[in-house]
Design a protein around this ligand. Structure first.
Ligand code: F6R
Length: 237
């Protein structure tokens, strides 16, 4: 595991964007695993700038997002589909048919989970996966206690995660109770992983990860078993 400490959110975003830029320059038809939330917004802005400057292209990229809420329409302002379009997809040359997010409105959610894993497998797996981390160590929506063996599945969100994510909803009561998420095992299949975390409230999670203890009570700790992970982090107490 490679640790890169940065001094600002902007620096984190640029360092992460450098890794994605290099990936797209080496393999324009990369399969990218993407995340939502506050952590990647700056990196997405940076990638948009670089694409518009002609340094990279998304025209051959295939993307798979980590997760989506259950029960929200794609077009809902709080859906991850909307988030990704507003922050990245609407501003770059990615083809709509190459964009994948789990469908949280699928009639048969279990079949949707299996189909999502099959789509990733059919694309020959994720080359580079971006992750944020929850204050409780969750990655994707894999909350503490999740088995490391899970593939894409339906999860119940913890109160801590629902509270964290309430900022994206008009009313905290509107935060869905369930989500569909790539599992820890699906994430671990990525060839390379970049995790970004900035700010005081993420420091405890960073300390736990650094302690080297691998436990299902701290989902991100499974990343210690992955051969190619870069953690870009910073923030002060
Ligand atoms: C988002 C996701 C989550 C977030 C995590 C951190 O797709 O899967 O695991 O990465 O909750 O969120 P932020 O970046 O908002 O602190």
């Amino acid at each position: 595991m490679k640790w890169l400490e940065v001094n600002s959110y902007d620096e984190m975003s640029k360092v992460a964007a450098d890794i994605f830029t290099k990936q797209l320059q080496v393999k324009p038809a990369s399969i990218l695993g993407l995340a939502t939330g506050g952590s990647p917004v700056g990196m997405y802005k940076e990638l948009v700038k670089r694409q518009q400057a002609g340094n990279i292209s998304f025209s051959d990229v295939i993307s798979f997002n980590l997760d989506e809420y259950v029960g929200l329409d794609q077009s809902s302002p709080a859906s991850y589909w909307t988030f990704m379009h507003e922050n990245l997809f609407n501003h770059v040359d990615i083809k709509e048919e190459n964009i994948h997010l789990p469908n949280g409105k699928a009639e048969d959610l279990d079949a949707e989970c299996a189909a999502y894993d099959a789509r990733i497998k059919g694309a020959e797996g994720i080359d580079l996966q971006l992750l944020g981390i929850g204050v409780n160590g969750h990655i994707g929506f894999n909350e503490p206690g999740t088995s490391f063996d899970t593939m894409t599945n339906i999860v119940e969100l913890t109160e801590s995660t629902r509270t964290e994510n309430a900022i994206y909803f008009d009313n905290s009561k509107d935060v869905p109770t369930h989500a569909i998420t790539m599992g820890i095992q699906s994430i671990m299949k990525a060839k390379e992983i970049v995790l970004i975390a900035f700010g005081e409230k993420k420091l405890e999670a960073m300390e736990k990860l650094k302690s080297g203890i691998i436990t299902e009570d701290f989902p991100a700790s499974q990343l210690l078993n992955h051969p190619n992970v870069t953690i870009i982090y910073g923030g002060t107490k």
